[in-house]
Write a protein that binds this ligand. Structure first.
Ligand code: IPE
Ligand code: IPE
Ligand code: MG
Length: 235
């Protein structure tokens, strides 16, 4: 096999935790627990492969509509995950960011996020971004509000608003656009993920449920990406 060209930024819609559990007659939450373990492993695999940016969709603005029990369990899992991440980030030289509307999360989770972003801000290894209470439309509306406020204050003129300026107001302002998007579990939709940022991204869909996703599957996605004809000069 010839040398693989590694995408700089891989974005993932991790899906299928519930169906993975159902197939095993387990409660849905067990699927989420296993899914969180898969995230841990995939960060390491992505790092080994030379991926610089990994961005995963953990909880969408629409996911609040799920049954309260499931939302509560997911929030607890996220909190434990963030706590654990605080311990691991420096050890692995990993920089962690969270995108999404943090103000909609419970204060204890907001604190953990702030701590994690701060303690890892100088790390120079993989950039791991977690989308929590994230929705692309919501992100764009929040960006628009900030932009309008700056316009009103005279800090920017309407004619000065370019694509670059707008992108600067998004949660992803210091991340490059993704080169490759992966969605697991056979669903073929974006579910309000990174709509602006995915404008030129290659999409890879697999039937594998997220808890079963592994390095081999990640390599398959990268091989697919290598087979695409990037006609417009992207690296
Ligand atoms: C993805 O798995 C994880 C989250 C959205 C939090 P799902 O919970 O959507 O699993 P399925 O789609 O029901 O199988
Ligand atoms: C998208 O998955 C959101 C996350 C992965 C966090 P969902 O499973 O919630 O998406 P839909 O509702 O099926 O589109
Ligand atoms: Mg799903």
């Amino acid at each position: 096999m010839s040398e693989l060209k590694i995408p700089q930024h891989v974005a993932i819609i991790l899906d299928g935790n519930g169906r993975w559990a159902k197939k095993r007659m387990l409660p849905r939450n067990m699927g989420h627990v296993q899914g969180a373990k898969t995230v841990e492993q995939i960060i390491e695999d992505a790092h080994d492969l030379g991926i610089k940016y990994l961005t995963v969709y953990a909880f969408s603005t629409e996911n609040w509509k799920r049954p309260k029990d499931e939302v509560d369990a997911l929030m607890k899992l996220l909190k434990d995950y963030l706590k654990n991440c605080i311990k691991r980030a420096n050890k692995n030289n990993m920089r962690v960011r969270v995108i999404g509307d943090k103000t909609g999360l419970e204060p204890s989770i907001q604190e953990k996020i702030q701590e994690l972003e701060e303690i890892s801000s100088q790390n120079t290894g993989i950039n791991f971004t977690i989308a929590i209470n994230y929705g692309s439309r919501d992100e764009m509306i929040r960006a628009m509000r900030k932009l309008m406020t700056d316009c009103k204050n005279g800090d920017i003129l309407p004619d000065e608003i370019s694509e670059d300026v707008f992108a600067h107001y998004l949660d992803t302002s210091d991340l490059p656009d993704p080169d490759l998007l992966i969605r697991t579990s056979g669903e073929v939709r974006l579910s309000n993920y990174l709509l602006w940022q995915l404008a030129y991204t290659e999409f890879y869909f697999t039937d594998v449920f997220w808890p079963d996703f592994n390095k081999e599957e990640l390599v398959k996605a990268i091989e697919y990406y290598n087979g695409r004809d990037r006609r417009f000069g992207a690296v």
